[in-house]
Write a protein that binds this ligand. Structure first.
Ligand code: CMP
Length: 139
């Protein structure tokens, strides 16, 4: 079924001017970018977005990195968009990502891994509403 998911282009990728190349991969996979904005998160905002990871050893590093430069927040729409986006992103660790995926081609490390994508439809709805109002979703 047609579904929506949340995607974020991370600071390592915006810094290297890779927004267009990443968007091309998303679109080639059949995902439509129905909302998009560039935002520089404060550490507090990054910490709130990743609150689910607050007890993990990498949380401090994650918050610092995600607030170190601009991100591009996006809503993607398409058939099975959550799974399709995770497929085109590739594994969290770029060393394990399949050929042709965003992380294989662009990610620098497990932390600086170029993109985030929702892990399920419920998370997608929460993450979309963290960044966007209904008016900003233009399908
Ligand atoms: P993301 O999908 O955005 O969700 C949580 C992020 O934490 C993940 O991608 C990684 O970038 C990051 N992460 C996971 N494991 C580690 C790690 N061992 N060290 C640093 N960052 C990590």
């Amino acid at each position: 079924a047609t579904q929506r998911t949340f995607s974020m282009i991370k600071p390592d990728a915006t810094k290297r001017n890779l927004t267009g190349k990443i968007n091309a991969k998303l679109e080639e996979a059949g995902l439509r970018i129905i909302a998009q904005k560039r935002v520089h998160l404060t550490p507090a905002q990054a910490g709130q977005f990743y609150a689910v990871h607050k007890d993990r050893p990498f949380y401090g590093e994650l918050v610092e990195f995600m607030s170190s430069g601009p991100i591009v927040a996006q809503v993607l729409e398409g058939e099975d968009a959550v799974a399709k986006n995770r497929e085109v992103m590739g594994a969290t660790n770029p060393a394990e990502a399949a050929d042709g995926t965003i992380r294989k081609d662009f990610a620098l490390s497990i932390g600086e891994n170029s993109v985030h994508g929702s892990d399920g439809p419920d998370t997608a709805a929460e993450e979309i509403s963290f960044f966007f109002s209904g008016l900003e979703l233009v399908g």
